[in-house]
Design a protein around this ligand. Structure first.
Ligand SMILES: NC(=O)c1ccc[n+]([C@@H]2O[C@H](COP(=O)([O-])OP(=O)(O)OC[C@H]3O[C@@H](n4cnc5c(N)ncnc54)[C@H](O)[C@@H]3O)[C@@H](O)[C@H]2O)c1
Length: 308
């Protein structure tokens, strides 16, 4: 039997995730949205691309959660995107309502699934999904650090004019502005970044990474990033479905790891068939550790507002 991924929210991120899944022949896809016609139309469009993409997956568009039954993975991308004029608090409260509605319906039909949360604010929404689902923490992950790391590596590669594949890094912490890039663990073809760039240039690239999503919103005005975020979420799904044991930075519910207890935060996670198989301990330096505590405090404040 083929694997099944349901995507809740057939907007920019959700539909593009379906496209990545199709391109990789990863799993059958059910695209679901509250708006009638949107998931059906996008699914039809994707189905017409299958022969061209040499993909044999099944794609369904629906407004009915019954179609999502027995999904292996559910990607949750429903919710408002970051937009100019929308306050962080409004985003938090509105998306919490949406996540509450979505999670209740998802778990009723797919009680054994693994949830990958994409909706923002990412770490707070992951924590909300963790609490509301009642799933163990192994089955609720947030798509955060894969994208933040990709952005940082991309800026480094552009600055040094090297192939992005040669750049390795790890970006921990809350998704968005409270990221914690581990500079000492960042290398270019094995050479530490600190030997290749000045501290000022590295800091400038970190700031670019922090603003990576915001810059895109400035250009698009009424939409936010979709290609890279959906690629990141699909990479996580792929690691789980293929039981690849790949270590990817994801938001996970911490129970004392990294001196953070009772809070979802981006950390290196070994992903496999069970979802989160292990949180990898990187033994942070003092400065990194205090930055991560600040990042956790930002997530805790958001979780406090929505009571999760
Ligand atoms: N984690 C990340 O790295 C990352 C990156 C980009 C975007 N995001 C977030 O992903 C979310 C989606 O972004 P987008 O650009 O696709 O937005 P979008 O507006 O294009 O799509 C969101 C979709 O969710 C649907 N929706 C709303 N309420 C719903 C509900 N109750 N049930 C089912 N569907 C519902 C809407 O109808 C819409 O089609 C946003 O919260 C955004 O901030 C996260």
């Amino acid at each position: 039997m083929r694997n099944k991924i349901s995507i809740i929210g057939a907007g920019h991120v959700g539909a593009t995730a379906a496209l990545w899944i199709m391109a990789r022949n990863l799993a059958d896809v059910v695209l679901l949205d509250v708006v009638e016609g949107v998931p059906q139309g996008k699914a039809l469009d994707l189905r017409q691309a299958l022969p061209i993409a040499h993909s044999g997956i099944r794609v369904t568009g629906t407004n009915d959660y019954a179609e999502t039954a027995n999904s292996d993975i559910v990607l949750i991308t429903a919710g408002l995107p970051v937009k100019p004029g929308l306050s962080r608090d409004d985003l938090l409260r509105t998306n919490f309502k949406i996540i509450s509605d979505v999670v209740a319906k998802v778990i009723a039909y797919s009680p054994e699934s693994i949830l990958i949360i994409v909706s923002n604010p990412l770490d707070a929404m992951t924590q909300a999904a963790y609490r509301l689902s009642g799933f163990n923490r192994e089955r609720v992950l947030g798509a955060s650090g894969v994208l933040d790391t990709a952005r940082f590596c991309g800026f480094i590669a552009a600055e040094l004019k090297v192939n992005v594949e040669d750049v390795r890094s790890t970006v921990l912490g809350a998704h968005g502005v409270a990221i914690v890039p581990l500079v000492r663990a960042t290398t270019v073809a094995g050479v530490p970044l600190s030997r290749l760039l000045s501290a000022e240039r590295i800091e400038a690239l970190i700031q670019l990474t922090r603003r990576g999503g915001g810059e895109i919103v400035k250009h698009l005005r009424n939409a936010s990033a979709a290609y890279a975020p959906s690629a990141a979420a699909v990479l996580m799904a792929e690691a789980i479905l293929n039981d690849s044991k790949q270590i990817l930075c994801c938001s996970a519910y911490l129970e004392g790891e990294y001196d953070v207890d009772g809070c979802c935060l981006g950390v290196p996670c070994r992903l496999g068939a069970a979802g989160l198989e292990k949180i990898v301990d990187l033994q942070l330096a003092a400065g990194e550790s205090s930055a991560l505590q600040l990042s956790a405090a930002a997530v805790r404040a958001q979780c406090g507002v929505i009571g999760v």
